[in-house]
Design a protein around this ligand. Structure first.
Ligand code: HEM
Ligand SMILES: [Ca+2]
Ligand SMILES: [Ca+2]
Length: 332
């Protein structure tokens, strides 16, 4: 079974190595935290949290169209390379994916702390009161940190055909989302909480372009009327028809790089980017929860910890199941 500090004797620095890798990768590329968080979601929903999403080759999960916009693989690989030097054949790729996603959320804060450290001199030049204010504001920017059980083992099965039947599509209705989440042991509350991941990261234009339409004169028609019209206009400008397929917009238009409760405030303002976001505030089964999270970030953070720990234990392989991969991209 999973346990806290599973690597305490076999690889005491395992978690430190992963968090350092996530931190340094994120400081040179701020899009990394979002990628790592989504990678975990797509791993855990298909074959459980077993790093099946990392396997390369013909017909693996990674090759499915629903997974082509995933990223962060190089961060996992780098952490694994360091771990293979310090603790060969010991730390699973499945644990690295889960730890990296946990740390990605906190990293937003660490980044800012590093910034504060670098800015020590410039803060000293300002009046001390002003300096204090800056620190307080920045301290609130990071997501929750918590202990997470480890001991996951890596799977050997990775099949593209299993991806789309297990991953939520943006067009899903509430009923469809509830069913899929329930089949993974996740509740309605977990759905609302984990959707809060969209407080960071980006989306490609085609992920929401079916929610509105532009005529030849450039006039906007809302297809999904639950979307705020001014926000839709903004999106249309950022994603004009014929724009490059690689064009992205921020999931959270307000605080894209901060892991905070802004996502829920956006939902109340009808600025959910995906249809699957908007339904959370439109549906009476979930709207009260959205409001509670929008009103109090601490409530969201507490709930995040609980739901994240459930997400990261879906279908885990332990003890003599699975294997400890030597390279995260290939089964042994
Ligand atoms: C509930 C149903 C969900 C749907 C329909 C959904 C859908 C999507 C879509 C379409 C994108 C944009 C992908 C792209 O165009 O590149 C996205 C991004 C993202 N999703 Fe979700 N998602 C859901 C739940 C979750 C959950 C549970 C998590 C994690 C706990 C998550 C984390 C993320 C993150 C972090 C991004 C940004 C990725 C990046 O910046 O590269 N999502 N999601
Ligand atoms: Ca998996
Ligand atoms: Ca945010």
């Amino acid at each position: 079974s999973l346990s806290f500090n599973f690597y305490a004797s076999s690889c005491p620095t395992a978690e430190l190595i992963v968090s350092n890798m996530v931190r340094s990768a994120s400081s040179s590329d701020p899009t990394i935290p979002g990628k790592l968080l989504r990678l975990l979601f797509h791993d855990c929903f298909v074959e459980g949290c077993d790093a099946s999403v990392l396997l390369q080759g013909n017909g693996t999960e990674r090759s499915d169209p629903a997974n082509t916009s995933l990223g962060g693989f190089s961060v996992i690989d780098s952490a694994k390379s360091v771990l293979e030097i310090f603790c060969p054949k010991t730390v699973s790729c499945a644990d690295i994916v889960a730890l990296a996603a946990r740390d990605a959320v906190v990293t937003v804060k660490s980044l800012i702390l590093i910034f504060i450290f670098l800015c020590h001199i410039c803060l000293q030049m300002q009046s001390s009161v002003e300096g204090l204010n800056i620190v307080v504001v920045f301290e609130q920017a990071g997501g929750p940190a918590f202990e997470m059980p480890t001991g996951r083992r890596d799977g050997r099965i990775s099949n593209a055909a299993n991806v789309r039947s297990n991953i939520v599509d943006t067009s899903f209705t509430m009923i469809e989302m509830i069913r899929l989440f329930n089949s993974k042991g996740l509740s309605l509350d977990d759905l609302v909480t984990l959707s809060g991941a969209h407080t960071i990261g980006v989306a490609h234009c085609n992920a929401f372009s079916d929610r509105f339409q532009m005529d030849s004169k450039g006039n906007l028609t809302l297809i999904d009327t639950s979307l705020d019209k001014a926000y839709a206009k903004e999106l249309m400008k950022k994603c004009p028809s014929g724009s490059s397929a690689s064009k992205t917009v921020n999931n959270d238009p307000e605080t894209s790089f901060a892991f905070d409760n802004q996502y829920y405030i956006n939902l109340l303002g009808h600025k959910g980017l995906f249809q699957s976001d908007s339904v959370l505030v439109e549906d009476e089964r979930t709207s009260a929860r959205v409001e509670a999270f929008a009103n109090d970030q601490e409530t969201f953070f507490r709930s995040w910890r609980d739901s994240f720990l459930k997400l990261t234990t879906i279908g885990v392989k332990t003890d003599d199941e699975g294997e400890i991969r030597q390279s995260c991209s290939f089964a042994n």
